[in-house]
Design a protein around this ligand. Structure first.
Ligand code: SF4
Length: 382
């Protein structure tokens, strides 16, 4: 049955243009590289954040052979290779991470890292994410979307309920999905099979009136906050576990990638810069810890983020990653989230609720954090 699209849904598709933006969308991709201070940067879209062991090993290989040996996890659950000296696209395509070249920058689909393994879910988020990705890639018109335009799937578990998504498909029943536009639930609903068409139709309507804007204007806070993604083991219905670990400051090195690949499980990256090993045994937790990943909810790394920083970004004036690492050793459980930025752009900062430390031309400015703690971290980093 064809899904019904209610016209009122699209009344809210006002364009959002970043304040002061004068340039076109230069959001990087795997084919459109960005020139950073440390070399070329490639951003690879990973719908649903799912990576196979073979893909993890391939990313380790390309990071080592062509880049700086590191892989960054982004706040949109994509991955970035940095310090590239050549074109990585052939290696990325060979790993199956570039299946739709024309759409490669618009395959921005967030999903729960526990999708398909979560008893709280109302439907299989892996299946719906794959169907949405396929529907996006099947529509040539959607190649005009900005690389910043964000789709998301909320499977009923609540983990993505508050996602910063332009278009969210939210399960509200076992086979009922509604469209949420920039945080506002609309009238449009469909069964699971018809849900991707809802999002595609809304994206097309947005494009028709976008006038160069990148995203849909957010006029209200999300209708619901996201449920927290806990570190450590999560019991799957089949008796196995999904293990979620934090990558400190959202970065994995080639050795960690190869170690994760060697575990032979599917890995899911999340917007919280975690990795989740699904279909795992409890014993895999030991291997994750040995790789330097954090499964302890009390860790000082939890809630701590930093921008790419000195050596990686030409705007950076401060080694914020070293300072943040110093903070990790001193933070206590329950401390508020904390983001360190090496310039006022505050790349990767949480949308709200985080203490911030920012380099400015007037000095280092902190909000929500004890100045003595900031000074101590800066001294370590100096
Ligand atoms: S916050 Fe500034 S220094 Fe840091 S990555 Fe963004 S632009 Fe570069």
């Amino acid at each position: 049955m064809e899904p019904t699209v209610h016209a009122v849904v699209f009344d809210d598709l006002a364009p959002r243009r970043p304040a002061g933006a004068t340039e076109g969308d230069r959001c990087p991709g795997a084919l459109r590289l960005h020139q950073a201070a440390d070399g070329w940067l490639a951003r690879i879209r990973i719908p649903g954040g799912r990576l196979t062991p073979t893909q993890l090993a391939a990313l380790a290989d390309v990071a080592t052979a062509q880049g700086n040996g590191l892989l960054d996890l982004t706040s949109r659950a994509n991955v970035q290779l940095r310090g590239l000296r050549g074109d990585p696209s052939a290696a990325i395509a060979a790993a199956g991470l570039l299946p739709a070249p024309a759409h490669e920058r618009v395959r921005n689909v967030l999903a729960s890292p526990l999708a398909g393994r979560d008893p709280r879910a109302l439907l299989d988020g892996v299946r719906l994410t794959a169907a949405l990705d396929a529907a996006i890639c099947a529509d040539p018109a959607l190649t005009a979307l900005s690389g910043r335009f964000q789709f998301a799937v909320e499977d009923g578990s609540g983990l993505l309920a508050g996602a910063d998504a332009d278009l969210l498909l939210e399960a509200v029943g076992r086979d009922e999905v509604r469209l949420v536009t920039a945080g506002v639930p609309g009238e449009a609903r469909a069964d699971e099979a018809g849900a991707p068409a809802l999002a595609v139709a809304a994206a097309r309507t947005f494009l028709a009136g976008a006038d160069g804007a990148w995203r849909i204007a957010r006029t209200a806070a999300p209708s619901a906050p996201s449920a927290p993604l806990e570190l450590g083991p999560f019991a799957q219905p089949d008796g196995r576990v999904a293990l979620t670990a934090l990558a400190p400051l959202g970065r994995l090195d080639a050795q960690q990638l190869r170690g994760l690949a060697a575990l032979g499980r599917e890995l899911r990256v999340s917007p919280w810069r975690t990795v989740t090993l699904v279909d795992a045994d409890a014993g895999d937790a030991t291997a994750l810890r040995a790789l330097g990943l954090i499964l302890d909810a009390d860790s000082g790394w939890r809630g701590l983020t930093a921008c790419a920083g000195l050596g990686a970004c030409p705007r950076a004036r401060l080694d914020v990653r070293a300072a943040a690492a110093a903070r990790a050793r001193r933070r206590s459980p329950g401390d508020p989230a904390e983001h360190w930025s090496a310039c006022p752009r505050r790349c990767g900062a949480p949308r709200a609720g985080a203490a911030t430390v920012t380099w400015t031309t007037d000095g280092v400015r902190s909000e929500g954090l004890d100045p003595g703690a900031v000074r101590a971290a800066l001294e370590v980093a100096a």
